[in-house]
Design a protein around this ligand. Structure first.
Ligand SMILES: Nc1nc2c(c(=O)[nH]1)N[C@@H](CN(C=O)c1ccc(C(=O)N[C@@H](CCC(=O)O)C(=O)O)cc1)CN2
Length: 284
């Protein structure tokens, strides 16, 4: 598999950005494989994802960022440089609901998600056996309101020891502290079981059923300090009707949760997500 470099760029929009970036790659022998850009005309911001083959690129990997820096400065770019050879280490947090966990365990084992699933953390012991059948370490960190911060310190210590790059909250029922969120900014993905911003908070299926909605949904988003308010990565919906019981809605909703979370994780692991102004640009 050829190794590629990926640049994710955002900057004030102006003429010549595309030419400058593609010129930098071409003049140094890179073969561009994917290039996509978007402009937020309201905010006059330019966004770009460009990926190129490194096999004939003249600049050594460790010098690419330094060589690109003058262009970044000239255009006041925020940029991230990634390499396809870097397989991200992943941790999953769960509580007792297991449908998203089952789905993710299978997808990682099947190689559908290009990540290294290093561990699962839970505030309950219920899912230990399931996780360990996949050969993945399971860590039980019980939490109460009183012990939450102290337990989080231990979790963060483990996450750093294992060099975790991405955390997935697969129906994890604990609110993460500001300190935790801050240490993993835009590297914690949550699945919320509603079509946000509808039904923020607890029991969205029950509230949707009581409201008599005709559409239910699921939303994956980056976790921020404010509950369920982080940058939305992916959403999907399904129709429901008066014929659906609450159990029918939960069943239909859980199918959505699994696919919406998997899409978000895949795009993150493939470096296809740019975050700005609490929103995302998805280069898929
Ligand atoms: N800082 C954040 N933490 C979490 C977020 C978030 O957006 N920001 N999303 C939640 C997931 N979630 C809804 O999708 C959610 C989970 C838990 C709760 C809640 O009230 N939990 C109670 C404890 C409940 C229990 O012990 O069973 C609490 O933490 O006090 C609301 C919404 C994950 N974390």
């Amino acid at each position: 598999m050829r190794e590629t470099a990926i640049l994710l760029i955002s900057c004030p929009d102006r003429k010549g950005i595309l030419a400058k970036v593609t010129g930098f790659i071409a003049e140094n022998g890179g073969n561009i494989l994917h290039a996509d850009q978007h402009i937020d005309f309201q905010k006059e911001i330019f966004f770009m994802r460009i990926e190129w083959d490194l096999s004939s690129f003249k600049i050594p990997k460790e010098k690419i960022a330094g060589s690109f820096e003058p262009i970044a400065k000239e255009f006041a770019m925020n940029y991230q440089l990634h390499f396809s050879s870097k397989v991200q280490n992943v941790a999953i947090f769960v509580s007792k609901y297991d449908h998203c966990l089952h789905d993710l365990l299978y997808r990682f084992k099947a190689g559908e998600l290009k990540g290294n699933l290093k561990l699962v953390i839970s505030n309950h012991p219920d899912l230990k056996e399931l996780v360990e059948t996949y050969g993945v370490p399971f860590y039980h960190f019980p939490k109460t309101k009183e012990t939450k911060l102290e337990v989080e310190e231990k979790e963060i210590e483990l996450l750093k020891k294992e060099k975790i790059d991405l955390i997935i909250l697969a129906r994890y029922m604990q609110i993460l502290s500001d300190n935790f969120v801050n240490q993993f900014r835009n590297r914690i993905i949550n699945i919320h079981h509603s079509f946000l911003p509808a039904f923020v908070g607890a029991k969205p299926y029950h509230r949707a059923y009581e409201r008599g909605v005709k559409i239910i949904g699921a939303t994956s988003h980056y976790v921020t300090e404010e509950l369920d308010q982080g940058p939305i990565i992916e959403q999907d919906v399904v129709r429901v009707s008066h014929r659906d019981t609450l159990e029918d809605m939960i069943r239909k909703g859980r199918d959505l949760e699994k696919i919406v979370l998997a899409r978000a994780v895949r795009w993150h692991l493939e470096n296809k997500i740019l975050v700005y102004d609490n929103k995302t640009v998805i280069f898929d």
